[in-house]
Design a protein around this ligand. Structure first.
Ligand SMILES: NC(=O)c1ccc[n+]([C@@H]2O[C@H](COP(=O)([O-])OP(=O)(O)OC[C@H]3O[C@@H](n4cnc5c(N)ncnc54)[C@H](OP(=O)(O)O)[C@@H]3O)[C@@H](O)[C@H]2O)c1
Length: 157
């Protein structure tokens, strides 16, 4: 089972200047709950953007084209295929960023999506064809300062 864990604004923005353009602490908690104990696959730029590396209690698999790239707490992979092979059959959570979501999308069975209800400026984007996916759950929430967002579970049709 391959799952994309993704937070996306209504205009497709997922990142700006190597960071996430909104602050939703509850979504960070949900991210942790969804991924804990599982292998996570990320692009090297997302690894670089993590405030604390590695993500604890998860096997951090980092995809990079740089031969010999190493970092403490990271399992390097030269391709997405190599990254998936390193999960030894466990459920895998693909955690971004844009380049890795695009590469992983054709392989994904499920998307744990946080829809952030607004348009944001950014330099990292993602899009996917909604009609390929069935929505199985949706919950709307708001931050104390009024930013609304929805947790949406999508399964491939
Ligand atoms: N909103 C969200 O849910 C979310 C989640 C994660 C990240 N983000 C944001 O997304 C942004 C980063 O996304 P991004 O698209 O710029 O970068 P990214 O996908 O995190 O990483 C791209 C890097 O991954 C490696 N890579 C990509 N495809 C590869 C392949 N097929 N084979 C081998 N290596 C491959 C390359 O690393 P090398 O250059 O080392 O070769 C490439 O430069 C940041 O702003 C981050 O905050 C948002």
């Amino acid at each position: 089972m391959i799952t994309l864990v993704l937070a996306m604004a209504e205009n497709g923005v997922i990142g700006r200047d190597g960071q996430i353009p909104w602050r939703i602490p509850e979504d960070m908690k949900r991210f942790k709950a969804l991924t804990i104990g599982k292998p996570v696959v990320m692009g090297r730029k997302t690894w670089d953007s993590l405030p604390r590396r590695p993500l604890v209690d998860r096997t951090n698999i980092v995809v990079t084209r740089q031969p010999g790239w190493r970092a403490e707490g990271a399992v390097p992979a030269a391709s997405l295929e190599e990254a998936f092979a390193k999960t030894q059959g466990a459920d895998v959570m693909v955690i971004g960023g844009g380049e890795i979501y695009r590469a992983a999308l054709p392989h994904a069975d499920r998307i744990d999506l946080t829809e952030v209800h607004g348009a944001f400026d950014g330099d990292a984007h993602f899009e996917f064809e909604r009609s390929d996916w069935r929505e199985t759950a949706r919950e709307m929430h708001a931050t104390p300062d009024g930013l609304t967002y929805s947790y949406v579970t999508l399964s491939r049709k």
